[in-house]
Ligand binder design. Sequence first.
Ligand SMILES: Cc1ncc(C[n+]2csc(CCOP(=O)(O)OP(=O)(O)O)c2C)c(N)n1
Length: 343
Amino acid sequence: MDQEPRAVPEARESLPPLTQPSGQLDKLAGLYRQMFLIRRVEEECARAYAEGKIGGFLHLYIGQEAVAVGALAALRHDDYVMTTYRDHGMALAKGMSARTLMAELWGKQTGCSQGLGGSMHLFDAKNSMLGGYGIVGGHIPLAAGVAFASKYRADGKVTLCFFGEGAVSIGGFHEGLSLAALWKLPIVFICENNEYSMGTPLSRSMSVEDVSMKALGYGIDRDRFFVDDVLEVEKRIGEAVQRARELSLPTLVEVRTYRFRGHSMSDPAKYRTKDELELQKKKDPLARARQKLVADGYGDARLEQMEKEIEAEVADAVKFADESPEPDASILEATTYVGPFAS
Ligand SMILES: Cc1ncc(C[n+]2csc(CCOP(=O)(O)OP(=O)(O)O)c2C)c(N)n1
């Protein structure tokens, strides 16, 4: 078992020489499409939140899209995904429509949970998206349980479990990794290290800076890299997925990423400087993917057409959410009680 992580490359300031074969170019275009959709959906959600159309909390994934899109590109459709409350990108990349997602956030009957789950609890059984979870680290042992079920049933499925670096000091993280290692479960634990847990930098919550080292205590494989190229995310996560599927072995992968917005809509993010944010925005993986596509000859006109289609898809989803009905009060009984009340 390889216990040495790959060297962590410095985030690149400029793009590498571009020699994408056309198959790769189309693939990158498809991944860019998904990332752009997620970005635009969330920008519209931020606007809707400010307008009072969305209640409760709203945690945006803006800046981190390449993690969900790249990692899920390495999966089969029936593989499982579980993640945190920062789950919009994950749900869309797993196949939920913008209409269904936005209707859920708007609290409408046409949402994925009839408007009862909301932003932090997106669930989509038909696309094997087993949820957003609000309790930090709470879903990690649950994900190990899902992977145990796959192993027990020999269904060949892999579980991807995403969490922030804030979850690494939580008991559930260690319980999940411990059992996954002991029982050799087909799971990939992906720590999205976006530098801050709410306003707390990792250096103030953990004694080591390298999250992936936690794998050593459980004797499982690990990897660690900066997210600046969505295709690289697919490749690296793909290696861990293959290890899970073919050898039934878990892996801990730390991906270094960055969120451009505050922790949630109510966070003005005063714990970081404007310069830091601007520097990170220059490395935006979404913009990098676009630059790559242009430089490799995908064509500005095709990209603009794609973006126009997505704008239309998002506008349609907003209209759908606006115009959808509120849930009927009668579902409260049916979704709360089992037995004579359930219809
Ligand atoms: C057990 C628990 N403790 C505290 C909270 C409050 N809380 C919500 S998000 C958060 C920060 C988590 O940060 P991180 O895991 O790095 O994820 P990120 O928000 O950066 O994606 C905290 C402390 C919670 N939801 N659950």
